[in-house]
Design a binder for this molecule. Structure first.
Ligand code: CMP
Length: 133
């Protein structure tokens, strides 16, 4: 089943010059890039994007971090895109992410964890509307 998903390369990865390496992984895997842009989240956009985490103790840190610099967002298409991308990015806690995954290879943090990807088709629709509005 061909599916679309959203990735957001976070400000830590952009600052560290990892955009090309991360995009290359998805290209080499076989994803079609349907849309791609660099943007800096406004606070309003960030609060809407992370609304499912509203009220959690790390919410403000998350909003502060994601608005701290430019991100690169892309819409990727492939069969089973949501689950394949989640496998490729690895565990949320980068220090526990398997080597070979993007977080496992490039990160150590939880808030600063290199990349975000939609966890379902519903999240993809909601999140991409915020980022590509
Ligand atoms: P992301 O995939 O962007 O989705 C929600 C984000 O919340 C997650 O990546 C982490 O950056 C962050 N997050 C999740 N759990 C925690 C936590 N326990 N402490 C701090 N940040 C967290």
């Amino acid at each position: 089943m061909t599916q679309r998903t959203l990735i957001v390369i976070k400000p830590d990865a952009v600052r560290r010059g990892l955009i090309g390496k991360i995009i290359t992984r998805f290209e080499e895997k076989g994803f079609k890039i349907l849309d791609l842009k660099m943007l800096t989240f406004t606070r309003q956009q960030a609060e809407k994007f992370y609304e499912p985490h509203l009220g959690k103790p790390f919410f403000q840190d998350l909003v502060n971090f994601i608005t701290s610099g430019p991100v690169v967002a892309a819409i990727l298409e492939a069969p089973n895109a949501v689950s394949v991308v989640r496998l490729m990015i690895g565990s949320t806690r980068s220090f526990e992410a398997s080597p070979g995954t993007i977080r496992g290879d490039f990160g150590l943090g939880i808030t600063e964890n290199v990349i975000h990807a939609s966890d379902s088709e519903e999240s993809f629709k909601r999140e991409s509307a915020i980022v590509f509005s």
